[in-house]
Design a protein. Structure first.
Lengths: 87, 593
């Protein structure tokens, strides 16, 4: 793999875009909904507490799992598409 | 059968399984020893990472901490799971493609510098060794309570078991043992939680029970808990924190610290392909989440059960008489982890918040009017999980299971850390610097000897924990966050960062973070040398020493960037190395070095 071809660059850019998008969601559910934006979500009740509390103790973890599997699935597909996967 | 016999049966039985696995998975080569031959299935690896990651801190302490401070402790839940997102996207696949055995090896090769490799080795050993002390001490406590031996004897038993399966099997033995340990610890953690959730809410899934209705009162369980604890002067369980900034930084420190801890990273070297490294991170988080989603339910329900035990007729009525206290209180009193002092000499257990920060003086006046002269029951947070089945009156075999689970959590993490330390010594120090010509067989022997020495040192430190044992979390995560994570990430995502920049960055991140911790906790944790009292009023911008690692990481990034741009760019072959780790093709060949 020389890595200098046009396609290789496109592959890396696509990877960076995917990481960037995932990390925005990652930050939004934990630092956003779970901490900083919690007072704004306090109007949405969830069994004895509010949505922010749920995100801090449950929702963010569930989202993290989804993010990693989504990333793995998309990247493994990109690997094949750009022909950089392992045979 | 007595409880003691049941405990022996569960603990002894689980140990026998670990040793049998180790004999079956004996390591034959350095590749077996360091990366289990590189042939571990991603789901198996995910489970092993789960056991490796979930330490005595996750299993024994975390729920206790959450029970005590409620929402404010969510930082642990998010921080210790969110790091896996960073690992899966920013480190694991590329380091797997690089295809070597240790973390310092990547730093040394990428920054073409033995000095950088040495800095990484030192960071790795300090972070891992401080971490392992807590594991050994935790195993000692679990042994002394459940096997009724003193904690030093307990520790020796633990050391011998770890010695057998890690020295014999290396990563291969540890990986398959950890799979068994994961099963033991998750079953042990979940079963009491399911029983208790069902008892209190009628919902057998703890994560859902947490947001369900409390059967006895008809209120949502968190409302009920808020009401009970505010009645006796504590702040609300779901109350917001004073400083969002501090909570954000603490969570961030735990996340990047998690991603930078070497004993977790090396697990991704054991899978056959780059694609598997990505799947592995996902599976690891699934297995970790099974415990982490349950922990907050265990925490709030245990707190409510504890309050109901002390105030059986509600908080408006008088609390329970000391002579009527349940059996589990008596048993834990023996260990000194629960303490009763009858301050107002009425023979009843008044448990309430008598601290000056109790909300409003109205409550203090009320307590005085009731003839209360201070809180009379001190409960150590660490017993919440271990005593949980007893508090809820669960059968004896559940208690035996908890004992085996707590030990599995402590032992599996200790083994992972010891392997990271021994591979840094034998591979990075001995083969990398002292004797590069060493044979595979010689290196394997060196690895086994350094593992044995690491176990002896860890056992000694576990039996005689230095005064700063409680501060190790700040230290281990601070170091990993401020030094290792940024260096690894920049090594992959930038071709411009050179040797001078990386070393300057690592050292300044490290010095900054350690200084901030030492100013509040004492220099090198020597008592009496702190410059400022460790209170929120003294912290810069309200940032606690526990949260400073995230800022240290920023310092590392900034310094490395500025210094690298002021000096020559890395040689062409290094830029090609960076290029090659970014593309998965060819990982198989790269590994056979």
């Amino acid at each position: 793999m020389s890595g200098h071809s046009y396609d290789a660059e496109k592959y890396w850019k696509a990877n960076l875009r995917l990481i960037f998008g995932s990390l925005i969601v990652w930050a939004l559910v934990s630092y956003g909904f779970g901490i900083v934006l919690r007072p704004m979500l306090s109007g949405i009740p969830i069994g004895g507490t509010d949505l922010g509390f749920w995100f801090a103790q449950q929702g963010s973890i569930l989202t993290f799992i989804g993010l990693i599997f989504h990333y793995a699935w998309r990247m493994n597909r990109l690997d094949k598409q750009f022909g950089v996967d392992e045979e | 059968m007595s409880q003691f016999a049941i405990n022996i049966m569960f603990v002894g039985g689980s140990f026998l399984i670990y040793i049998l696995i180790a004999v079956w998975a004996k390591a034959g080569s350095t590749k077996d020893f360091y990366v289990a031959g590189g042939g571990v299935h991603p789901i198996t690896n995910g489970m092993a990472i789960g056991a490796d990651w979930m330490s005595a801190a996750s299993f024994i302490s975390m729920a206790g901490i959450i029970a005590a401070s409620g929402y404010a402790s969510s930082a642990y839940l998010m921080g210790w799971t969110g790091g896996y997102v960073l690992l899966a996207m920013l480190l694991a696949p590329y380091l797997r493609k690089f295809g070597k055995f240790t973390v310092p090896e990547f730093i040394g090769d990428r920054f073409y510098s033995k000095k950088a490799r040495l800095v990484a080795v030192i960071c790795l050993i300090v972070a891992s060794l401080t971490y392992v002390i807590g594991q050994m001490a935790g195993a000692g406590v679990a042994f002394s309570r459940f096997l009724e031996v003193d904690s030093t004897t307990g520790l020796m038993i633990a050391a011998v078991v770890i010695f057998i399966y890690s020295v014999l099997g290396g990563m291969k033995g540890i990986t398959y043992t950890q799979v068994a340990q994961y099963c033991v610890l998750i079953v042990a953690y979940t079963i009491p939680a399911v029983f208790i959730s069902f008892q209190l809410t009628g919902n057998p899934i703890p994560a859902l029970g947490l947001f369900s209705t409390h059967l006895d009162s008809g209120m949502p369980i968190l409302d009920k808990l808020n009401q009970v604890i505010t009645d006796v002067g504590f702040s609300e369980y779901s109350a917001d924190v004073d400083s969002h900034l501090n909570m954000v930084l603490f969570t961030l420190t735990l996340m990047i610290g998690t991603a930078g801890l070497p004993h977790v990273i090396i697990r991704f070297f054991t899978v056959p392909k780059v694609a598997d490294a990505r799947w592995s991170a996902g599976w690891a988080l699934v297995f970790i989440a099974l415990l982490y989603l349950t922990a907050p339910a265990v925490a709030s329900m245990a707190r409510l059960n504890l309050m109901t035990t002390v105030y059986p007729d509600g908080t408006a009525a008088e609390p329970i008489k000391y002579e009527d206290r349940p059996q589990w209180v008596k048993e834990w009193e023996v260990t000194g982890l629960i303490k009763f002092t009858d301050k107002n000499e009425d023979g009843r257990i008044q448990m309430y918040n008598d601290a000056s920060d109790a909300p409003g003086t109205a409550f203090q006046a009320k307590a005085e009017a009731r003839g209360w002269k201070g809180n009379e029951l001190d409960v150590n947070r660490d017993i919440i999980v271990l005593a949980n089945p007893e508090i809820a009156n669960l059968p004896g075999w559940v208690i035996g299971l908890i004992a085996a689970g707590g030990l599995a959590a402590a032992l599996s993490t200790a083994a992972g850390l010891l392997l990271a330390i021994s591979s840094a010594v034998s591979h990075d120090l001995i083969k990398g610097s002292i004797n590069p010509g060493i044979t595979d067989k010689g290196e394997l022997l060196a690895a086994r000897i350094s593992m044995a020495i690491a176990i002896v040192v860890a056992t000694y430190l576990g039996a005689n924990p230095p005064g700063f044992a409680a501060q190790v979390v700040a230290l281990a995560f601070g170091i990993a966050a401020a030094s290792l994570f940024p260096a690894l990430m920049m090594g992959i995502f930038s071709k411009r960062i050179n040797n001078t920049g990386a070393i300057a960055g690592m050292l300044s991140g490290l010095v900054f973070t350690l200084s901030y911790i030492f100013v509040y906790k004492g220099w090198f944790f020597i008592p009496g040398t702190a410059n400022l009292a460790d209170t929120p009023a003294n912290w810069v911008l309200g940032i606690s020493p526990l949260s400073i690692g995230a800022i240290g990481a920023l310092v590392n990034f900034a310094v490395a960037f500025v210094v690298s741009n002021a000096t020559d760019e890395p040689p062409v072959e290094i830029q090609e190395l960076v290029e090659s780790v970014r593309y998965p093709r060819g990982a198989g060949q790269a590994q056979d070095h």
